[in-house]
Design a protein around this ligand. Structure first.
Ligand SMILES: Cc1cc2nc3c(=O)[nH]c(=O)nc-3n(C[C@H](O)[C@H](O)[C@H](O)COP(=O)(O)O)c2cc1C
Length: 332
């Protein structure tokens, strides 16, 4: 058992979260994580309407009696989704934990807190973590440059970002980006976090609702198999390297690229087809550098229990051995 302020705050067994994932964070995966003792998040905007989100939450409630949450990603958009309605659907469904991400969560935090919902805000900079703490967030998920999705524009890897945040943030904080095994969990705890958040690693699990061929591609890929797109638009995204991402990077490298120049390549609908039909080169899909540490497709329960068991062994034997504590305990 690894008991931390994160497990205490959210009432889960293990200090492992599955962050929101567009097209992937559906009821089956989230319930798999919850039943494995972790904290999973349904991705609100994967559901076309707030009514569909309410149905997905209900489905998840039917698959687990353990705590789970919903991710509400606040995107900069010309035509934003009806965020207030999604928020209300979450509150009305009785979900008590929300992961906010993508932008300033101020208005949402106020409303969620009124409804007794705990908020974990995911961000990529110490200054944003401190701001969310001031706004009343209950916890922080700090996402390093290694992560899949949006790493921000500061390019600070977890090895620096996590302890830099831990030095200043007072509320419980978990580390995100690049985590996939027990070594990462122990490192995160050593760096001052209270647990880890994983995205890419949970894509390659039995319960993950994506095509088997995409899971196999993640297993096959190594740590170099990502690209950073939208750098020139200052909206960087780390995605799985494929023919389409390479084309986008090539267009951006020419300079002065506008969204219109790449829109046909990066359409979210094409990424959705990748997950549904299993052609990894059909469109843009998110994955992180941690692909280099993913070698199998276990169930969520197997994965979580493996990470925790091995983490305990690393702490007790490997690290304990270095301080002489492991041998002292064995001799007792
Ligand atoms: C396929 C995929 C889709 C994602 N979509 C979202 C999203 O919609 N909202 C969000 O806040 N984070 C999203 N993320 C980021 C994850 O929640 C998490 O922060 C990130 O994956 C951590 O890095 P890792 O993949 O190295 O574990 C996504 C990640 C992946 C892999």
């Amino acid at each position: 058992m690894l008991k931390t302020r994160f497990t205490e705050l959210f009432g889960v067994e293990h200090p492992i979260a599955q962050g929101g994932m567009q097209w992937v964070g559906r009821a089956e995966l989230v319930a798999g994580v919850a039943n494995g003792g972790g904290l999973g998040f349904i991705t609100a905007l994967t559901q076309p309407t707030p009514e569909d989100l309410a149905k997905e939450i209900k489905k998840c409630q039917g698959l687990t009696d353990k705590p789970f949450g919903v991710n509400l990603t606040i995107l900069p958009a010309l035509k934003p989704p009806p965020y207030e309605e999604y928020r209300q659907a979450i509150i009305d469904s009785g979900v008590k934990i929300v992961e906010t991400a993508g932008n300033n969560p101020a208005d949402h935090i106020v409303e969620f807190k009124k409804a007794g919902v705990k908020v974990i805000h995911k961000c990529t900079a110490v200054r944003h973590a401190l701001k969310a703490e001031k706004m009343g967030a209950d916890a922080i998920s700090i996402d390093g440059f290694e992560c899949a999705g949006h790493p921000g524009e500061d390019d600070i890897p977890g090895l620096i970002l996590i302890p830099a945040a831990a030095d200043k943030v007072k509320i419980p904080m978990i580390a995100s980006g690049g985590f996939g095994d027990a070594r990462g969990l122990v490192a995160a705890l050593a760096l001052g976090a209270e647990g880890i958040n994983m995205g890419t690693r949970f894509m390659a699990t039995a319960e993950s609702p994506i095509h088997q061929k995409v899971k196999e591609q993640i297993v096959e890929n190594d740590e170099r198999a990502t690209d950073l797109i939208f750098r020139t638009l200052r909206n960087t995204a780390r995605v799985a390297r494929n023919e389409v991402s390479q084309e986008v990077v090539a267009i951006e490298r020419k300079g002065n690229a506008k969204i219109e120049d790449i829109a046909h390549l990066v359409a979210g609908a094409r990424g959705k087809v990748v997950y549904e039909e299993g052609d990894p080169n059909y469109g843009i899909w998110s994955a992180g550098m941690v692909q280099g540490l993913i070698h199998d497709v276990p169930t969520c329960g197997e994965l979580i229990s493996r990470i925790v068991t091995e983490a305990e062994a690393i702490i007790a034997s490997r690290l304990g051995g270095m301080t002489g504590k492991a041998s002292a305990q064995a001799a007792e």
